[in-house]
Design a protein around this ligand. Structure first.
Ligand code: GDP
Length: 302
């Protein structure tokens, strides 16, 4: 349901074009595969991934002696899911401890939807009966603390904050102490996303991570990188930078509802080997969905 509705633009750009291709070619041939490649690339599945995908489709079609394009369409859906998961299973869930305080660090550049995602996540975890606390770790951007507080009010979740311009590591330290004394289950930490001085930002994130690790050696349990799906290859570049600098355990891909190039989820997993754990399908509080490639691809082609 959610995937289907939120993916209208990608359905128009990917699914409808595949359907049209299948309708035009009753039997598959070299030209069919060339057109298919082009459709996949237009949907941002990523060049290398597309080549691999289409090669596998060709081989399997040959092996199974499949000529009818209608049958090949079923294979496309299966292959897309297969290529996403690769050897991995069950990679989409959050790895949080059963007991004790869980800490999730959110990283990503300004404007990608980080604050909104933290708010949505707070709502989701609270709905599951968890005690949640927010840490206003973006002390740099004007208005960031207030914006997080708006989400705190909306979800009924408290926010630990310092003044604008203060040391983010100190905010996170305080938030951990508060979380421990209040028997919080999950602490969600916001961080800065300024791009003006990348080296400086990455150092700041490292420091925040060190402070968390000093308090809880196995934390942060997740470092979630928030990426804006509408920025395409830019998002891939950001992912590479954050992966190197801070280590990333999962991706939240926002604004999938706003892009026709939803194939990027496949490219991210294949080319960066970081699982997409959640996707944003709108601006509302319940528009954050756990990502599952099977539901996603079947939702697209259903
Ligand atoms: P931040 O600077 O990374 O904290 O970004 P914000 O959380 O302030 O979000 C930037 C804009 O993106 C806001 O207008 C949000 O409502 C919007 N936004 C965030 N997530 C989504 C999403 O999944 N879909 C859509 N359509 N908009 C989103």
């Amino acid at each position: 349901g959610k995937f289907k509705d939120g993916l209208l633009k990608t359905r128009q750009n990917l699914t409808e074009k595949v359907n049209d291709l299948v309708a035009r070619y009753r039997k598959v041939d070299e030209e069919f595969f060339e057109e298919l490649e082009e459709i996949f690339i237009q949907a941002d599945i990523g060049f290398d991934t597309v080549i691999e995908l289409v090669d596998e489709l060709k081989m399997e079609a040959k092996r199974k002696k499949i000529q009818q394009s209608e049958l090949l369409k079923e294979m496309i859906v299966e292959k897309l899911v297969e290529i996403y998961y690769g050897e991995d299973e069950n990679i989409s869930t959050l790895n949080l401890p059963d007991t004790g305080l869980a800490v999730i660090l959110f990283v990503g550049v300004n404007g990608v939807g980080k604050t909104t995602t933290i708010g949505k996540m707070a709502y989701k975890l609270k709905s599951e009966g968890k005690r949640v606390l927010l840490a206003a770790g973006d002390t740099f951007r004007a208005g960031a603390i207030e914006q997080l507080e708006v989400w705190g009010d909306r979800t009924g979740v408290e926010v630990i904050k310092h003044q604008e311009g203060s040391d983010p590591a100190a905010v996170i330290y305080d938030a951990i102490q508060a979380a421990k004394s209040r028997k919080v289950d999950v602490l969600l930490c916001d961080t800065a996303g300024r791009l003006q001085n990348k080296v400086n930002l990455m150092k700041e994130l490292e420091k925040v991570k060190r402070v968390i690790q000093r308090e809880i050696p196995e934390a942060p349990h997740e470092v979630l990188l928030v990426l804006d799906a509408t920025t395409g290859q830019n998002a891939m570049v950001q992912a590479k930078q954050f992966k190197e600098a801070t280590g990333v355990t999962g991706i939240v891909l926002t604004k999938l509802d706003g892009t026709a190039k939803g194939g990027i989820v496949i490219a991210i997993k294949k080319e960066l080997n970081i699982p997409v754990k959640f996707v944003g399908l709108g601006e509302k509080i319940d528009d954050l969905q756990p990502f599952d490639a099977e539901a996603y691809v079947y939702g697209l082609f259903a």
